[in-house]
Design a protein around this ligand. Structure first.
Ligand SMILES: Cc1cc2nc3c(=O)[nH]c(=O)nc-3n(C[C@H](O)[C@H](O)[C@H](O)COP(=O)(O)O)c2cc1C
Length: 295
């Protein structure tokens, strides 16, 4: 299948961040049946991230505020250069402004099949400020699209009043696809220590609890933009993937379920999705938008 010029083996893609950037791990994910890989978000210079605790389990999922730790683009490309994958590699990048994002896109484009712009992390620097502002989204995406020699995916935040405004801005800026959602702002307090659980005080929620939020974002985006949508948020079964496709997604990204359930989850989800399709003599492409288009 082909989504926005990205030749996916199936609609399942590793989402950014949850499993890191090791090329050995990417090879294991491919073997388990993953259709494509998004790397952890990378910046021009190394970023240390926040001190622990940065990831804590909560009811319905996980709260994280890692601060986008990464080794910087040079060290990252050395690691990724080792990967010899037959599935698409999508490199996630972030930067503080349009110029820096364009420089990142220019640097990584030769090494990947697409780039994903992280415009949406709820707990790192000024990223949320970019992702919540349609004018900034339009200009950052436009700079990235000019610099790119591969398709550009804009990753959107659910932490806005109207995600369709942001999706339209990304489309106008020249994005080839959008992905939604990044994590949902949240926090927790350790009542015994009378202190916030995360070192950054607040962070982002992911996992099953956010699935209805991701579904609604995809549904709304599918009614507002023409470019393909990659659905993200709380997916942990083949049925969840079917739901996202029906709502308007062309592909999906998997995250928290792999952190908690292991890489074998990929095979179970792919088998569940394929069994659903073959029992109903349908395809991934035919499923996409099949409920959305009734409205
Ligand atoms: C520990 C952790 C680290 C993450 N790091 C990134 C990141 O570096 N870049 C990014 O765009 N999203 C990052 N995310 C967000 C995920 O890519 C995804 O959008 C979110 O977790 C929702 O999907 P899920 O419920 O399937 O996990 C991270 C999420 C978690 C839990």
């Amino acid at each position: 299948m082909n989504v926005a010029g990205i030749p996916l083996k199936n609609p399942l893609i590793l989402c950014s961040g949850v499993l890191g950037i090791s090329s050995a791990l990417f090879a294991r994910l491919e073997k388990a049946g993953m259709g494509g890989i998004v790397t952890k978000s990378i910046s021009l210079r190394p970023t240390e991230g926040y001190p622990p605790p940065t990831v804590v389990p909560v009811a319905g999922g996980v709260l994280n505020a890692m601060g986008l730790p990464n080794p910087g683009v040079d060290a990252f490309l050395e690691e990724v250069g080792e990967a010899s994958l037959s599935i698409p590699l999508i490199i996630s990048v972030f930067g503080t402004d349009a110029k820096e994002v364009a420089a990142m896109v220019d640097r990584v484009s030769p090494y990947c099949d697409a780039v994903e712009l992280n415009l949406s992390c709820p707990h790192a620097g000024g990223l949320l400020a970019i992702g919540q502002n349609p004018c900034l989204v339009r200009s950052v995406v436009a700079s990235a699209a000019r610099a790119a020699t591969v398709p550009v995916v804009a990753k959107l935040t659910p932490n806005v009043t109207d995600i369709t405004e942001i999706g339209k801005a990304a489309e106008e800026g020249g994005a080839d696809a959008v992905s939604a959602i990044n994590t949902v702002r949240g926090m927790a307090i350790d009542i015994h220590q009378a202190y916030p659980v995360l070192s950054n005080v607040s962070g982002g929620l992911s996992g099953p609890a956010v699935k209805p939020i991701g579904m609604k974002c995809v549904w709304d985006l599918a009614g507002a933009i023409e470019i393909p949508i990659i659905g993200i948020g709380g997916i942990s079964s083949g049925g969840d993937v079917v739901e996202y496709l029906m709502a308007g997604a062309s592909a999906v990204e998997l995250g928290t379920c792999l952190g908690s359930g292991g890489i074998e989850q990929v095979t179970a989800i792919r088998d569940g999705l394929d069994a659903w399709c073959s029992a109903r003599h349908t395809t991934y492409e035919a499923l996409s938008r099949s409920v959305r288009d009734k409205f």
